[in-house]
Design a protein around this ligand. Structure first.
Ligand code: SAM
Length: 274
């Protein structure tokens, strides 16, 4: 895993603006972030002291989803949209343990993510990085590398993990429809998303965190409702247990303590195309 120190930015990185990838890295205790990124978390911390747990719940779900897809669903082609800065247990490492020949394509548009991913991947010819806007599905699905490397006559797993909350428009379900339409039967779509549970206990917290994220130097982070997130799966068949809190998607073991308030504000699911 490449490492760098705060302040050592690859050429092309704007260190005066927060970036989604670097804020997430800071929340996961990574080193590839700047003061402006940590400021975002400090601002949200004023209403949610445990804000970083959003990132941990999300990342742990991603790892479990990768294990499920590689071992149980036997998927060997992955399109990881908004892959993020390399950290422990990246998608290709988890799925290639089960399937050494699994093909993984990472897509991101953050210059720091692209630089680190290219350095990490070196000559791993089963894992490639593509620069594209993941909110433009047509561009992604017609990208030369994506077309060349993925066999779209066989099932693919597409990830939108921790990404769609950064799309501010109200047409997310329509965007996801375009991705889903391009996939063959037997494919899987994995989504995790900041969640407004609309309950008296946690709805207010979700709303407060959303306001802080939107007004922060990152400027994005919508907390959508169950209905809004479920719509992103279109008519896919949901894998059990359906759309649930990230911590409730096949946890690794029994839970001895109740979930923290923040962990009630991030949800996920996996859908399968019939
Ligand atoms: N998927 C990883 C995970 O769950 O651990 C990383 C999630 S991180 C919160 C979101 C990632 O999406 C960042 O790396 C960011 O650069 C990327 N991203 C956000 N908007 C994007 C866009 N329009 N096009 C490409 N990547 C984008």
């Amino acid at each position: 895993m490449p490492s760098s120190y705060p302040g050592q930015a690859p050429v092309g990185v704007d260190t005066t603006r927060a970036s989604v990838a670097r804020v997430y890295d800071a929340a996961l205790n990574g080193k590839d972030n700047f003061q402006i990124d940590r400021d975002v978390l400090d601002q949200v911390r004023t209403v949610a002291p445990g804000v970083c747990e959003l990132a941990w719940a999300n990342r742990d779900f991603l790892t479990r989803a990768c294990r499920f897809l590689a071992k149980e669903a036997r998927i060997d082609q992955y399109l990881d949209l908004g892959s993020g800065l390399p950290t422990a247990e990246n998608t290709h490492q988890v799925v290639q343990r089960a399937h050494p020949d699994a093909q993984v394509i990472y897509v991101d548009n953050d210059p720091m993510v692209l630089a680190h991913a290219r350095a990490l991947l070196g000559d791993n010819d089963r894992t490639l990085v593509v620069e594209a806007d993941i909110f433009r599905p047509f561009d992604v699905m017609t990208n030369r590398v994506v077309r060349q490397e993925l066999d779209l006559s066989r099932p693919v797993a597409v990830f939108q993990v921790g990404t769609l909350q950064h799309y501010l428009g109200d047409d997310v379900a329509t965007m996801m429809k375009t991705y889903i339409a391009a996939l063959p039967a037997g494919s899987y779509v994995v989504i995790s998303h900041f969640f407004d549970p609309e309950t008296p206990e946690h709805g207010k917290l979700a709303h407060q965190m959303e306001q802080k994220f939107l007004k922060s130097p990152m400027g994005s982070g919508r907390f959508r409702t169950r209905r809004e997130i479920q719509a992103m799966f279109g008519d896919l068949e949901m894998v059990e247990p359906g759309l649930v809190l990230c911590d409730d998607w096949w946890p690794d073991g029994p839970r001895f303590a109740p979930l923290s308030d923040v962990r009630n504000c991030i949800a996920c699911g996996i859908g399968r195309k019939r």
